[in-house]
Design a protein around this ligand. Structure first.
Ligand SMILES: [Zn+2]
Length: 306
């Protein structure tokens, strides 16, 4: 006699039920391998009945045929936790995994998709067309130039003052980190389906981050462009499998984060005003003997961009 009551076999396959916290559907215990086949929206999985589960297993077996025939034409990375999407352009199928081991969707099951930068729309796609919005992110990153210059200067000034104390760089001085929020946090992707087990799949791709000790606008923009290339590949892939006949992208208006052009001009002005103010501050520091002539000259050249 064991310590635990003997459990009846799995009602689906007759297999052994795990000793430890076996999953249940309605009130019946299910074996791990059968339960592991469930790949559907959590809301639907949570209220699955035994009959519903048996119907799902028929769908699962049919979908297995698509998994077996899946030919990966393209693989796109777009998630922090190594989320991928793979496309099969011969069959017009796709699967949200790096191998066809999850539900394989047929392109026609995708009703629409949206990709946003936080809450600002970037792409919208459906049978009505693929719509692209102008992103304000590069511009907003550029507008952060003066803030970044200020941070780097403060950091350098702190070092200079520190040197003055005892002639050495104080290694124990607290590090300064650039912690101004980036122009946006993530590309939010939503796929809407016409499918018995999926209504919507949401996932995101983190936006670029500033280096916290050496922030640089150009690095940020380069990294943004690399992410954007992946997003464009994703859009092209979804269009190919789901909406092959709709016209090429139409361009929408700026997504409300700023007016292009005007802000860029404004940035340049703000930046040069800032530079002059900063040079004056450094000149005062030099006159007080806090920094040397050489340090002042270096700073001045940096600020003027010469
Ligand atoms: Zn089973």
């Amino acid at each position: 006699m064991g310590l635990f009551p003997k459990r009846p076999p799995c009602p689906i396959c007759g297999g052994k039920i795990s000793w430890l916290l076996p999953p249940k559907i309605e009130s019946e215990y299910i074996c791990g391998p059968c339960y592991g086949k469930i790949d559907m929206e959590p809301d639907k999985a949570n209220c699955l009945t035994m009959q519903g589960f048996q119907e799902y297993l028929i769908f699962y077996d049919q979908n297995q045929l698509l998994k077996d025939q899946f030919l990966i034409s393209e693989k796109i990375d777009f998630g922090i936790l190594d989320t991928k999407i793979i496309f099969d352009y011969q069959n017009n199928w796709f699967c949200m995994s790096k191998n066809p081991d999850k539900t394989v969707f047929e392109g026609k099951q995708l009703k629409s998709f949206t990709i946003k930068e936080d809450s600002a729309p970037l792409f919208e796609g459906s049978a009505d067309g693929i719509h692209r919005y102008v992103s304000a992110v590069p511009e907003r990153a550029m507008a952060m130039g003066p803030q970044i210059a200020q941070f780097l200067m403060n950091k350098q000034m702190a070092r200079a003052l520190d040197k003055l104390d005892d002639g050495k760089v104080n290694q124990t001085a607290p590090m300064q980190y650039f912690n101004v929020p980036e122009p946006f946090l993530a590309f939010n992707v939503e796929l809407h389906f016409d499918h018995p087990y999926w209504t919507v799949i949401k996932c995101d791709m983190a936006g670029p981050r500033f280096d916290h000790t050496h922030p640089d606008v150009n690095d940020y923009i380069r990294s943004y462009q690399r992410s954007m290339e992946e997003i464009e590949k994703l859009v092209a892939g979804l269009k190919t499998v789901a909406f092959p006949d709709v016209p090429a992208q139409s361009i929408g208006q700026a997504n409300g984060l700023g007016t292009p052009g005007a802000q860029a001009v404004h940035t340049t002005t703000a930046s040069s005003v800032d530079a002059i103010g900063e040079i004056k501050k450094y000149k005062a520091l030099m006159e007080e003997g806090v920094i040397s002539q050489q340090e002042f000259d270096t700073k001045k050249r940096q600020l003027l961009g010469i």
